[in-house]
Design a binder for this molecule. Sequence first.
Ligand code: NAD
Length: 445
Amino acid sequence: MQVTIFGTGYVGLVSGTCLAEVGHRVVCVDVDQAKIDGLERGVVPIYEPGLEPMVRANHAAGRLSFTTDAAGAVAGAEVIFIAVGTPPDDDGSADVRHVLEAARTIGRHLQAPAIVASKSTVPVGTADRVREAIAAELSARGVGIEFDVVSNPEFLKEGAAVEDCMRPDRIVIGSASEASIASLRRLYAPFNRNHDRIVSMDVRSAELTKYAANAMLAAKISFMNEIAGIAEKVGADVEQVRKGIGSDPRIGWHFIYPGAGYGGSCFPKDVKALARTAVQHGHEPLLLHAVEAVNERQKGHLFELMLRHYGGIDALRGKTVALWGLAFKPDTDDMREASSRRLLQQLWEAGARVRAFDPEAVREARRLFGERDDLVLCDSDHAALQGADALAVVTEWKQFRSPDFAALRRTLGDAAIFDGRNLYDPAEVEAAGIAYWGIGRGRSI
Ligand code: NAD
């Protein structure tokens, strides 16, 4: 099928590439000329495992192209996806400005009947606004072309986006039109072979499904962080508690890891936006507010542990902290709302210096922070430790999991580890002569 995708970010680029991989002809449109020029030359602007070779192969095969020319891209498309960003507005609601701009662009250039499907995460009711925006443009042109607006929320995870796209758990299609659902079934058939993963529903339920999924996952994280806070106070180890509850199949093992708080471009903004939608419709979102509040507190917790270790903020002045991990989670270079950013600010405000390393996010950190005296961006985990007094770990990259604690003991001036992802066994660290501070590990506190 002939597909056009507006937005070549994490969602648009990965979805477009995966659709091309199974044989569709895909045109990716973006307003960012530099990004499009780079992609045409084979430069992939984000890190996603497996993505770059797939982009290059499909581009070379002529199934995947990149353009800023929306008119040409819209003209021949059977399905047009909107996958542009929906950042948080000042009041926490999702800013759908880019989505509506893409809709107007579609309306200005549509030449033949098409399905417009939103992959962007948008508040309930946005599909109606997209429909109105397209209709207004068509009527301004004095033409009547049939189109349908469908909600097709995206569930891929950064860090495993290609894998998620090629083998989705489910494909949610929100539409009242049997014909549109049938067309999207045809589009997704190559991803839907061994059992039916398509869940079709009405448009509003599909829009809400995406928020419900992310809010549930964020709630699980905040719940565990709440338990971790209690564990710390009562002298229990949340890692033992995690194993004790995860074995209950009604609870399960996924997403019950305590840590330095959730970040990224989705959970924080989606929980806020859902809460905002609830308030706007007269429902008080008590649980969503609590999920957010716990996460806000949690992002500052590693620094709290440092204050406890050093006996106050003054002792941190002049210290050098090695920071392992900058991305909001492993296998991505994305630092949007990453816990590392809060810790960096707190350390800088306390007068400490940071030597940071991340396998993929160093370039992004350089773009965000530029040159500053109190930050050295290092090219290896080992380099970050040189001259450091303590080590803080905020992203659970695999390569951080088994350090040589005896060597760390010799390198770290104050022999202290602040483990924001509970990667290490406190007893093993302490046996090496290093003070261990983890999340919810009352045993050692
Ligand atoms: P992103 O910020 O990485 O990319 C958005 C792209 O859209 C940018 O390249 C931007 O230049 C482009 N754009 C903006 N306005 C445009 C326009 N009018 N026409 C064409 N292109 C335009 O965003 P993302 O992370 O890919 O997220 C996109 C949407 O998908 C958001 O609503 C997000 O909530 C949702 N989502 C994201 C993820 C994720 O893991 N990143 C997962 C599921 C859903």
